[in-house]
Design a protein around this ligand. Structure first.
Ligand SMILES: [Zn+2]
Length: 98
């Protein structure tokens, strides 16, 4: 896709920069993440802009059941809604953010 000129932020007039983000969608109870979606983001205020073409491609991907069915799966944490979960857990990830 060729570079797109996002122009300036409508809120703070800062030039918008293109970044790649992972966009998540819930499709029929399944979490689907589209990886490296190019969007415009304002480095000053965080305003985000999605070009119309990118929006169309996202819709096409979300309607492409074969692509979703064949895409690799990753595990995500499923944490019960209660305090002091997994007190005896020894996962190396348990240290993160302490
Ligand atoms: Zn801005």
């Amino acid at each position: 896709m060729k570079p797109y000129n996002y122009g300036k932020c409508e809120i703070c007039n800062t030039p918008i920069k293109e970044i790649l983000v992972n966009q998540d969608f819930w499709i029929k109870g399944e979490l689907v993440v589209i990886v490296d979606v190019p969007i415009g983001a304002c480095p000053q205020c965080g305003e985000k802009i999605v070009q119309a073409d990118v929006g169309h491609i996202i819709l096409e991907i979300l309607n492409d059941h074969k692509a979703i069915a064949c895409a690799p799966r990753v595990e995500v944490p499923n944490v019960p809604f209660k305090k002091n979960n997994f007190l005896s857990c020894t996962s190396s990830f348990a240290k993160v953010g302490e």
